[in-house]
Design a protein around this ligand. Structure first.
Ligand code: COA
Length: 333
């Protein structure tokens, strides 16, 4: 469903700052990633989103394209980040149709609530494969294009290793606008403290954070930046719907537990994305940008706060009452 601008972007950004830039995004039909891409498209970028579900991905691409008249947004379905071939084909299509890749958002993720006692080796492996291997796969395949973009777009004053022996406090010339060669991984905060029923996800997100840091170190000299955005509890997202009973009931007690007193908005993740991909983020790499209203610091290990162990952890009963509960065998996604 087309969104009003104020729902996915602040008014502080100037139209056209991403003109002629291309963003490639995994998990692009999810609530958070689609808002990130929509904001970039609004500000001038073209985009390619990929996902497993063909119809959902194509529909979301059309929807995102409404953010700016004349934009090109490809939606390529049947792409699983665990499958290198499908990913490679989509990257090739993106480059062929849109001319390259300047920005990568690695957002595809798997999640469900399960205590370790109910987590089979295959369940754990599924999340490792989607999150860690999937992020690695798309990084490897996109990097040649990101390096080319950094070389093409980054002005000499913003490129590394070009500074004279007596560093000046300001660039020697105005930077040419619009950097390229940037990566954002969508991670989380749960591994900062640990969280019951999220062992698999905490391990996966810690791995993604490590991947991002190492990409920043190895590709910084080539002008590529790599950063994490770690969203907190964001209202209206599939993630919160799958994972939070309180989200389903409206979150009345949230104000008591989150320093900023509310759930986040998807627009706040999109704004952070614009910052990191814009010239305002030229010297930010290897960083973790937490956008959570301060939630993880007071959560006491729980997105809901006021943590008490749920009965089913102690009794071994199945998790019930949330969309992310265990599926019956044979049930479709
Ligand atoms: N509790 C415990 N185990 C679960 C589970 C749950 N709620 N949901 C799935 N599993 C297990 C399955 O039983 C299976 O293990 P098994 O072979 O030992 O039985 C394993 O996880 C893989 O499940 P499957 O459904 O075959 O994997 P998939 O690749 O089709 O799906 C998931 C991957 C499990 C991560 C699925 O939740 C998914 O596709 N999520 C995508 C959307 C998403 O999570 N978005 C996150 C937004 S925050």
């Amino acid at each position: 469903m087309p969104l009003q601008k104020h729902e996915y972007l602040s008014s502080v950004w100037r139209d056209g700052i991403f003109t002629d830039k291309v963003v490639f995004c995994t998990g692009g039909n999810g609530s958070i990633c689609s808002a990130q891409v929509r904001a970039l498209v609004h500000l001038g970028a073209n985009a390619c989103i990929v996902g497993r579900n063909v119809e959902k991905t194509e529909r979301m691409a059309k929807d995102i394209a409404t953010a700016r008249a004349g934009s090109k947004v490809l939606g390529i379905g049947a792409v699983d980040v665990r499958n290198v071939e499908s990913l490679q084909n989509s990257i090739d299509t993106c480059v062929k149709e849109l001319g390259g890749i300047d920005f990568l958002i690695a957002g595809a993720a798997g999640n469900f609530l399960a205590p370790l006692s109910q987590l089979s080796p295959n369940a754990f492996k599924s999340v490792m494969d989607i999150d860690i291997l999937g992020s690695y796969n798309v990084t490897k395949l996109a990097l040649p294009h990101l390096v080319a973009s950094a070389k093409k777009h980054n002005s000499s004053s913003s490129l590394p290793h070009t500074q004279s022996s007596s560093p000046s406090s300001s660039p020697s010339s105005p930077p040419s606008p619009g950097a390229g060669g940037r990566i954002i991984y969508v991670s989380a905060t749960i591994h900062y403290t640990g969280l019951p029923m999220q062992t698999h996800v905490a391990v996966a997100k810690a791995g993604i954070d490590a991947l991002s840091a190492n990409v920043a170190i190895e590709y910084g000299p080539l002008g590529v930046t790599s950063n994490i955005i770690a969203p907190g509890p964001i209202a209206g997202t599939e993630g919160m719907d799958r994972l939070s009973k309180e989200h389903k009931s409206g979150g009345a007690n949230v104000a008591k537990r989150i320093p900023l007193g509310r759930w986040g908005f998807i627009k706040e993740i999109a704004d952070a994305t614009v910052f990191l991909f814009s010239d305002a983020g030229n010297y930010v790499t290897g960083d973790n940008l937490v956008v959570d209203g301060g939630a993880w610091r007071t959560s006491g290990g729980s997105p809901g706060g006021d943590f008490t162990y749920p009965d089913f952890i102690l009794s071994g009963a199945e998790v019930t009452g949330v969309g992310g509960g265990k599926r019956k065998s044979g049930a479709k996604l």
